[in-house]
Every structure is written in structure tokens, then in C-alpha cells.
Design a protein around this ligand. Structure first.
Ligand code: ADP
Length: 260
């Protein structure tokens, strides 16, 4: 894919990046970061050169998910080298702030910091840059969506009504700023008990599908609520790299193929 609306915006500030994919959600805790990192790793598995940018300023989780930490190196005092692990190039606002320090910057400062992080990272020849967006449709998410030329956006939601209501708002926000919608990922769609195999739709069922139909966008795939996803993420080896032959990894690869 090429930047479809590059003509309307200033030339991309991300020169070494061919496609930018936003992974967004209406609210926190629905699995946006988990999806972003596994989608990025699935694209690596498909043979692409991929970077991830953690723009979730109030809860950066990519350092944990990719087992990377420390202040990024700067060869020239102005630009930063991305960290590398699992075949990914990674940059996170989390590298710049202490673990237990709340970010108390105002919106414009955050946006400026994130734009700098995106443009001053020395990304090396990327087919895809996956951006883990801040949740919601606030000022920061909106400005990022407007200022970085996006190839498209992926919206993550659970099937629960309260999550879907917010996910619709996120979807409409990208529509408003003319970022193409690549589709919806329904996360935590059912839970399979590790003991007895009983399957239960904890957050309801079919919500992602209904939303996709209603807005005429693709349902890229769904993920069950599965302890392996959480466990491997917390260990810094997301499921796509920890268990590449699992059904879960296959689902993420399918989502990557559907989106790309
Ligand atoms: P968000 O980025 O939307 O705030 P996260 O990706 O951080 O959400 O996920 C929230 C929590 O839920 C994390 O602990 C993560 O490991 C867990 N989680 C996300 N998706 C799944 C899943 N499909 N199965 C099990 N745990 C999940």
C-alpha cells in the first residue's frame, strides 16, 4: 500500500517508512497493545521489515512486551536509534520516563514529544511502522492521526457493549480525518477453560462482527481470552514468537494478512 492521502498533507516526515498502521481502541484495557505487538510480529513472520512505536503515553507497555529498556542511544545528540528485539525495531515513550513517574504533561507537550519520537527515530528501511495509539479519541490521538500520514487504522475492541460504544467513536475519529479503516479486531471474544475446555463468551459474542457490518469495515479476526496470550506478553515474548505454531499465532498472522 502507498500513503493514500499523502498529497493532502505535508510530505511524510517518516522517510524510511513505507506504511504506517495505527492500532487504536476506544478505551484502555481491551488489548490494543497486545494486538499491536503481535500484529507487528506477525508481519515480521510474513517476511516484512517492521517497527513499532509506543505512543500510549499514559501507559506505555512496549518495553515490557518486547523486553527492551533503557534510554535509547543517540549517535548525533538529536536522533535516536530504535531498540531491537524479536526482529522488530522498537521505540517507546516509556524509555524516556521513569517507571513510577506519572506523565503530567499537558496535551500539546505530549503531542510534540510523540511527534519527535516518531520523526527523530532512525527507523531503518521499514515496510510497516505499527503505532500503538493512546486509547480513546482525545486530543493526543486526534493530533497524531492528523499529523502522521497513515496507511490505515486497526480498531481493537472486546465484544462488550461499553467497549463497542467507545470503539465506534474511535472508528469515526479516523473516518473524520480520512484515515482508511483496515478493519476491526475483536479481542477476548470467548474464554476456553484450561481445566475443562468449556467455552464461555465472557464479554458477550458477535459484537465485533455486528460493528464491522454496521460500518462496512472488515472484521480482521478475533482472539479468545487465553492465559497464554497474557503470560507470554508479560514475559516479553509475545505469543507469536513464543509459540509460532499455536492456533493463537496463526490467528494473528491471519489478521496481519487481512490488514496488509
Ligand atoms: P490496552 O493496550 O488496550 O490497554 P493491553 O494490550 O495492555 O490493553 O491488555 C490488557 C491486559 O489484558 C494485559 O495484561 C494483556 O496481557 C491482557 N490481554 C490482552 N489480550 C488478551 C487475550 N486475548 N487473552 C488474555 N489476555 C489478554
Amino acid at each position: 500500500r502507498v500513503f493514500s492521502h499523502q498529497v493532502q498533507k505535508e510530505l511524510s516526515p517518516l522517510r524510511e517508512v513505507r506504511n504506517v498502521i495505527a492500532v487504536a481502541s476506544g478505551k484502555g484495557g481491551v488489548g490494543k497493545s497486545t494486538t499491536a505487538v503481535n500484529l507487528a510480529l506477525a508481519l515480521v513472520a510474513e517476511g516484512a521489515k517492521v517497527g513499532v512505536l509506543d505512543a500510549d503515553v499514559y501507559g506505555p507497555s512496549l518495553p515490557l512486551l518486547t523486553a527492551t529498556s533503557g534510554k535509547p542511544e543517540s549517535p548525533d545528540g538529536q536522533n535516536f536509534l530504535p531498540k531491537r528485539n524479536h526482529g522488530l525495531q522498537v521505540m517507546s515513550i516509556g524509555y524516556m520516563i521513569e517507571d513510577d513517574t506519572p506523565v503530567i504533561w499537558r496535551g500539546p507537550m505530549v503531542t510534540q514529544a510523540l511527534m519527535q519520537l516518531a520523526t527523530n527515530t532512525l527507523w531503518e528501511d521499514l515496510d510497516y511502522l505499527v503505532i500503538d495509539f493512546p486509547p480513546g479519541t482525545g486530543d493526543i490521538a486526534l493530533t497524531l492521526a492528523q499529523r502522521i500520514p497513515m496507511t490505515g487504522a486497526v480498531i481493537v475492541t472486546t465484544p462488550q457493549d461499553v467497549a463497542l460504544i467507545d470503539a465506534r467513536k474511535a472508528l469515526r475519529m479516523f473516518e473524520k480525518v480520512e484515515v482508511p479503516l483496515l478493519g476491526i479486531v475483536e479481542n477476548m471474544s470467548t474464554h476456553v477453560c484450561t481445566n475443562c475446555g468449556h467455552e464461555e463468551p465472557i464479554f458477550g459474542s458477535g459484537g465485533g462482527e455486528r460493528m464491522a457490518q454496521q460500518y462496512g469495515v472488515a472484521l480482521l479476526g478475533s482472539l479468545p481470552l487465553d492465559i497464554r496470550v497474557r503470560r507470554e506478553s508479560d514475559a516479553g515474548t509475545p505469543i507469536v514468537v513464543a509459540e509460532p505454531d499455536s492456533d493463537l499465532a496463526a490467528r494473528y498472522r491471519q489478521i496481519a494478512r487481512n490488514a496488509a
